[in-house]
Design a protein around this ligand. Structure first.
Ligand SMILES: Cc1ncc(COP(=O)(O)O)c(C=O)c1O
Length: 395
């Protein structure tokens, strides 16, 4: 059997490795407290589940769905964007529901990348921008996200030749893994850059609803002329604790949406309709769950930040997203530090290097840890510090 080079060159997905390490520990009977994966721990709100169950009983929803999704869902997405960001979208041409945004993010590379083509991708970043590019035969060009630049890419630092050759520009705010946010000035600059170099912009914004201290993230589509050059991926996963149901959307430039719809109509057969009805309920029904969840995440954020500074890791409290991006103590690589925490105190975090070379020196902690685990995890982190001090005292 001969596999494609594509498969030979494909590294395992970051979380598959981490989940494996955690599972090995647990199989040995060791308890692991995981701050690793950004998978909301709280359940999908009851009214959404009730709608899902009701829709599942209807035989009309037992058949193949359409790639374009139910018209009612596209309208509910457009109405949500109007209410939340003041943006008017054409529900037929500028909205496409997805089987979770990850799927659309990976597939859109097939619309823009031929073998050898370049996509500009942030580093560190959610891995799928880069992997999607590689699977399409393209070459990712990494734009470093550094603390000095507030984890925004320095677009002026991209060599002119590279920018000219590139087809796609990937952006993601509120950002995973750094927790950074972007304002409209930055998006305006990105749009100007896209015009200058004839680039399509894909902005990924699944964390726009997970925000703290009264901060309200903006949408890329609020920036002037955004729709002329780009789209925004979004998701119900993080806003409504719906990661398990797999539903997201992409909105914006009609030509880009049409291209992705054409690719998808050849590859998948749409989103189970009962899930589409649940999504309509999520987007159109009561929104108080968002505030409720954010209050819980914010409390967890503050508890984690306090402990991190106590044990010598520097981290800024994020204004949005589910993540804390913390600098590892001196003398460790991100992988060594993550392994040390797992081995010594059974706490899992994600080493920054997993998100790209510029993630080195950091680890990511997720706020999606239930309270009981959080308390235990924090005391274990304090225990890690104490074990270091004891070790130093012995020496
Ligand atoms: C930045 C970013 N984009 C997209 C996704 C994918 O979300 P989903 O496929 O659940 O919609 C994630 C998931 O963690 C993410 O962090």
């Amino acid at each position: 059997m001969r596999m494609s080079k594509r498969i030979d060159n494909l590294s395992p997905y970051l979380f598959v490795e981490i989940t494996k390490k955690i599972a090995e520990k647990r199989a040995k009977g060791e308890e692991v407290i995981s701050f690793a994966i950004g998978n909301p721990d709280m359940p999908t709100p009851t009214h959404i589940i009730n709608r899902l169950c009701q829709a599942a009983q209807d035989p009309a929803n037992h058949r193949y769905p359409e790639t374009a999704g139910l018209a009612e869902l596209r309208q509910a997405i457009a109405a949500w964007y109007k209410r939340r960001f003041g943006i008017s979208l054409d529900a037929d041409r500028e909205v496409l529901p997805l089987i979770g945004s990850k799927e659309g993010i990976a597939h859109i590379a097939l619309c823009f990348i031929d073998p050898g083509d370049i996509a500009l991708v942030p580093d560190p970043a959610y891995p799928v921008y880069k992997v999607g590019t590689i699977l399409a035969g393209g070459k990712p060009y990494c734009m470093p996200l550094t603390e000095e630049n507030d984890f925004l890419p320095d677009l002026d630092a991209i060599p002119k030749n590279t920018a000219k050759k590139a087809n796609l520009l990937w952006l993601n705010y509120p950002n995973n893994p750094t927790g950074a946010v972007a304002d409209l000035d930055f998006f305006n600059k990105a749009i100007q850059f896209a015009h200058q170099h004839d680039l399509a912009v894909c902005h990924d914004g699944p964390y726009s609803e997970v925000a703290f201290d009264g901060y309200k993230p903006v949408s890329f589509l609020e920036a002037d002329g955004a729709r002329e050059v780009g789209v925004e991926f979004h998701s119900l996963s993080k806003s409504y604790n719906m990661t398990g149901w797999r539903i997201g959307m992409v909105v914006g430039n009609a030509k880009m949406i049409d291209a992705l719809r054409r690719v998808k109509s050849n590859l998948d057969s749409g989103i189970p309709q009962a899930i589409q009805y649940a999504a309509i309920e999520a987007l159109s029904g009561p929104q108080d769950c968002i505030e409720k969840h954010n209050t819980i995440y914010q409390r967890r954020r503050d508890l984690i930040i306090d402990i991190l500074s106590d044990i010598g890791l520097s981290a800024k409290p994020p204004k949005a997203s589910l993540y804390i991006w913390a600098k590892v103590p001196k003398g460790y690589t991100s992988l060594e530090f993550a392994d040390d925490l797992l081995d010594k105190v059974g706490v899992a975090v994600v080493p920054g290097i997993g998100y790209g070379n510029h993630g080195e020196g950091y680890v990511r902690l997720s706020l999606t840890i239930p309270d009981a685990g959080l308390v235990k995890g924090l005391s274990r982190l304090a225990g890690w510090r104490d074990s270091k001090n004891k070790f130093k005292a012995k020496k």
